[in-house]
Design a protein around this ligand. Structure first.
Ligand code: EMZ
Length: 386
């Protein structure tokens, strides 16, 4: 197995029971592992809700570090749809030609920058700046603001060796509060101002609700995008032939993006809270207990994907669940797909090969499962095409 591979730790449990067990801060989680069951539970929002206590559907639970409800992610229908409608169009802007052109300039510049260096640490010097600079486009605010976010490191709620970090979270909350104040004093065309003007059922969003959307925008697309970008670099370093293939067959770029996102599954799983006594895979689930929908496991389900553990760049049918499933499908998916598409294009245009010097893997521990999700750090050199 190549070193850039992400092994599937769930296979045996998925085949045997279809379930896994985690004790997360004394609030256990029953992991749902099969593609079919994950989709079914995602659909049953009345039985498995998202609108529980803020932070509780995230695994590891964030109930101890935040009170603000993330919107629309921690709401159920019908409120979910009403709030989602406020931001849906905004999050589709990455499809606009001008947005894509601006993103291409950012990514090209970054690649030129790393090509000029002898050695690069991908997570901190490539993926994090890429994610943060791209976020200025999504928020429609000045490019320079990215420097502040880069200084926060890869995860806003976690720090090295610590699953949850309340002090770090406070930096984000204070920052968002300040930004909201500025947008109130000086409204513009940025996401804060758009949210402050928005209405649901004829009523303006409260400050807490605006904050809830902004926290989600910052937190949800951070380590996930960073993992997707870092894993892509590691993958192309180990598979120079794939870079050559994409250069020669640019028409498969869209499929390749979906396949890498399936294979990487940057977010392992997402929780739900049972509203009644029920069962999953013939296993009893008590009211008010937690389950998780394991996207990473579903993506390797051999009853759905042929050769699930291989990256098949032009995979035809690819109903992967990396962006979730059902009405909660990831709001940032359009933005992420554009980042990945442009990244692959720019790499094929500018980079001949990538050499890895050393890497430190990021292994998540979920009960009996250890899952590699990406890297803490990875030192490489980029070699130019020209
Ligand atoms: C939450 C979550 C959203 C959570 C789609 O995922 O992402 C996590 O990284 C955050 O910690 O708060 O935003």
């Amino acid at each position: 197995m190549k070193k850039s591979a992400l092994p599937d730790p769930f296979e045996e449990a998925r085949l045997q029971a279809g379930l896994g067990h985690i004790n997360d801060q004394d609030d256990p989680v029953l992991m749902v592992l099969r593609h079919k069951d994950v989709r079914k539970c995602a659909h049953q929002w009345q039985r498995f809700q998202s609108g529980a206590e803020p932070g509780r559907i995230v695994v590891p639970s964030e109930v101890n570090i935040r009170k603000t409800r993330q919107i629309p992610f921690e709401l159920d229908p019908p409120q979910h749809g009403q709030y989602r409608a406020v931001v849906e169009q905004w999050f589709k802007r990455p499809l606009e030609p001008a947005y894509r052109a601006a993103l291409k300039v950012q990514i090209d510049d970054l690649i030129d920058e790393v090509l000029g260096k002898e050695k690069v640490e991908v997570v901190s010097e490539f993926s994090l700046p890429l994610q943060s600079r791209a976020l200025t486009l999504l928020l429609n605010i000045p490019y320079e603001e990215a420097e502040t976010w880069i200084s926060w490191g890869t995860h806003v709620f976690r720090s090295e060796g610590e699953a949850l970090d309340g002090d770090k979270a406070a930096i984000l909350y204070d920052y968002i509060d300040e930004q909201i104040d500025q947008a109130i004093d000086n409204p513009g065309e940025d996401l804060y101002s758009v949210l402050l003007r928005a209405e649901v059922e004829g009523k303006k969003l409260t400050r807490e609700e605006v904050k809830g959307v902004m926290i989600l925008t910052f937190a949800g697309g951070r380590d996930t995008v960073i993992n997707a970008v870092t894993n892509s670099i590691a993958y192309f370093a180990d598979h120079p032939e794939s870079l050559v293939r994409l250069r020669e067959e640019p028409e498969i770029m869209g499929k390749a993006v979906e396949e890498l996102i399936r294979y990487f599954a940057p977010l392992t799983h997402m929780g739900r809270v049972a509203t009644e006594d029920t069962e999953v895979c013939e296993h009893a689930v008590q009211a008010d207990s937690r389950i998780s929908l394991c996207w990473a496991s579903a993506n390797r389900d051999a009853s759905v994907f042929e050769k699930p553990n291989e990256v098949v760049l032009d995979r035809k049918l690819n109903p992967h669940l990396s962006f979730g499933f059902g009405h909660h499908k990831c709001l940032g998916a359009t933005h992420t797909r554009q980042i990945m598409k442009i990244l692959l294009h720019s790499l094929t245009e500018k980079v001949k090969s990538i050499q890895i010097e050393d890497r430190s893997e990021n292994i998540e521990e979920w009960g009996q499962f250890n899952r590699k999700v990406g890297y803490h750090s990875i030192h490489v050199s980029f070699n130019s095409n020209s």
